[in-house]
Design a protein around this ligand. Sequence first.
Ligand SMILES: [Zn+2]
Length: 329
Amino acid sequence: MAAQQKAQWMGVHIMAPRAEDVPLLNRAIEQTLAPLGVNVLILEVNYSFEYRSHPELRASTVLSKADIRDILATCRKHRIRLIPQFNCLGHQSWAKTTFPLLVKYPEFDETPQIPLDNPDIYCRSWCPLHPKVNDVVFALMDELIDAFEADAFHVGMDEVFLIASDQCPRCRGKNPADLFAKAVNDYHQHLAKKRRLTMLMWGDRLLDDSVMGYGKWEASQNGTAPAVEMIPKDIVICDWHYELRDEYPSVPFFQQKGFRVLPSSWRNVQAALALRDYARKNATEKMIGHLCTTWSSGSDIARALLDVPKASDSAKQAVQALKAVISQD
Ligand SMILES: [Zn+2]
């Protein structure tokens, strides 16, 4: 295998596994991801960590620092760069469940009038202008950086629909792009300038849908796109597109703006290959590789990778797509 010679990032994104499945995930890394040539593993942790600075923000199931060290040791043995992710600003709830930050600190909520079981919304957001929110969030980031011994950090920031809400006394009437850019710049200040890490984020809120034509999920219809001109160029943009299209205009767009780009695919094999091939045709020195998202937990994806029982169909499809993207060179 030529994995060690590849300068390009060959990344896989997974959600946190259950603690008891860490050995299974390690086996999947060792027996499947490493031999395939994967050299970047992004582990989206969010609240599933045994935080000590803010134990009140731990999810109901968590990974310990020792669990992370186990995964890290396996990754290092196989020269895989392990990158933590904490989803910032948006995605602070899912369906009827509001995540710990906005349950424990309701004053950080951008839409405090919406009941905590989230009727009629996609996901809650925290308020980027609350003067105390970054103190809490940066403490969590610092714990993850320490546990992962990280040199890069993914801040998420996709699909932020609730921003500049009339319900927020600080953000009401303000420009969504200014607010979004402020949040990006705050996290960059902490992660890149202070902690000297490479910062990654999803790209959708930086794309103007009226230009890109991707729709309201993969691009912005809510006024955040001008933020692309207001943020540092050393951020790695994970430009995710999961549908089959003839063209993916954001791939050259982000490179022309000066960002490093990691095109990001999911479980549709045809779409994943189309994105990969379009990105290759439109690659400059800013094109740094490819990221396969799975939108599955580390437990589920490990089962699918190892072909053991109880993997979900979605995880199996994601594994099929990532194998296609990586192996059909
Ligand atoms: Zn606000």
